[in-house]
Design a protein around this ligand. Sequence first.
Ligand code: C2O
Ligand code: CU
Ligand code: CU
Length: 549
Amino acid sequence: MATRRRDFLRSLGALGLLALPRATWPQEPPKNLQIDPFCGTGDAGSPLFIPGASGPLGRLAPRGVPFTMRAAPTDPSPRPWSLAYQVELGGQRFVDPTLVLSPGERVRITLDNAIGEPTIVHWHGFTIDTRNDGGGTILAQPGEHYAYDFEVRNRGGLYWYHPHPHGLTAGQAYRGLFGLIEIEDADERALRTALDLTPGKTEIPLMLQDRRAGGDYTPSDADRMHGFVGDSVLINGTACPHLDVATRLYRFRVLNASDARTYRLGFRTAAGRSVPFTLIGNDGGLLPKPQPCAEAFLASAERLDLLLDLSTAAVGDTLYLDTRTFDPMHMEMPAATAKEAAPVDHAAMGHAMPQGAAHVDHAAMGHGGAFPEGAARALLELRVRRRESYAARVPARLSNLEPIDVAGASERPLRLGFAKGRWRINDRVFVMGETPIEVKRGTVETWLIRNYFNSMPHAMHLHGFHFDVLERQTSPDQIAALKIDDHGRLATDLGRKDTVLVWPGETVRVAIDFSLPAAASFAGDQVYMFHCHNLEHEDGGMMLGVRVV
Ligand code: C2O
Ligand code: CU
Ligand code: CU
């Protein structure tokens, strides 16, 4: 048994996919891998739900045909959600469909609001004009319709959609209003062909959302402060899921659709040995080349596109996708909590404070219940059931993505912090109609996003534009330990991003190209949102309007 596992790992290395020095992978079970029993309960679980050609999460390729998405209450059993986007098209019914789109395609969707409160749909990651972005400046009131009409201008990749009415976003998303979007382009098709990948069979979306047992979305003050964290994690709506696999390569396309929880994802054998994967893409589509990776943090709204090679596994093996232990680095709250907390003097604290001093053990704070953020848990069981001969190799080149040229770019400082009971960006909270960030169309800017030590991790997201992560400075140890270059970047910082997690005490520099298409729909000033994707922070006002003039 032991010999076979060693052989399994050795042959993974021999595949040549894995160019990192051997020492990068722990030979002994890593300390953050004390994960027992499966799913927190040892529950045998149920088969992972995989989107089909219709029904829940069903793959819907409209190919230019207009359709209506009705946001409405649903029967929460057997599905966990009480709200859903419902679509009828071509004689098929879809619930929270997975939209399959191509670059250049015209998309015409009418939102029909039947949920009894204002809502709007935001197409997360899309290069889009303000009217179609659904950032919350325009809302559909209960009973109203809103007509989207736009062209797909993004490259291939995994995107998603969810509500964005300011102050109501977290609850509506938690109750089930969200879905995936796959944009298919030539790079995507080439990859599927090269690796013989079939959506729904060997290419599988993993949509992570943590939930609280039996309850609706009813955040406490502490939840608004830290984020609403559930006590179990569903993947594609399945609790404690397992998936039967064959001895071949799999592509997993992971979305963190949780309101607030960050995961530290990694695979392992049943015996606790870390099994590396190959990172091939993230928020903005395929990386230029594959990147070996042992584990990755994934914050709310981030995507991870990865390959797991099981071609040298044995029938009967079991592997797990886990979230591993980490320090969630939540800010210590004075007893008086969010509402009455004294203003924080940033100048006095900040960088003079020893790293980590301001953080307390999350579990000890009583927040997060049975499964606090940062606790380890097995999320998905992979059961190797069938032998298949598989010889395909991961292409050395995945895309021709070029870095953004930052020559002549001006730099914009952005500070993330907490004061007077609110999470803030540059000491401000969101005010509808105000755009404290103004940028010139067609320019490139670097944004220097600095998070104070006495803070929390914030998953910073910009609408309308993707960015390059240029560097991370003064990262906490658990982040610095994963860096892959001397700019302090992580494997997950490669390629294009629309959301970046900034840890307490950390400074992250990103480059953004504010070119917009010259199309009529983009004429005039455009307004986008820049916010924390911890949805409680977003609803609480940790968001600023960005005007592109
Ligand atoms: Cu996915 Cu403004 O968010
Ligand atoms: Cu967005
Ligand atoms: Cu935040």
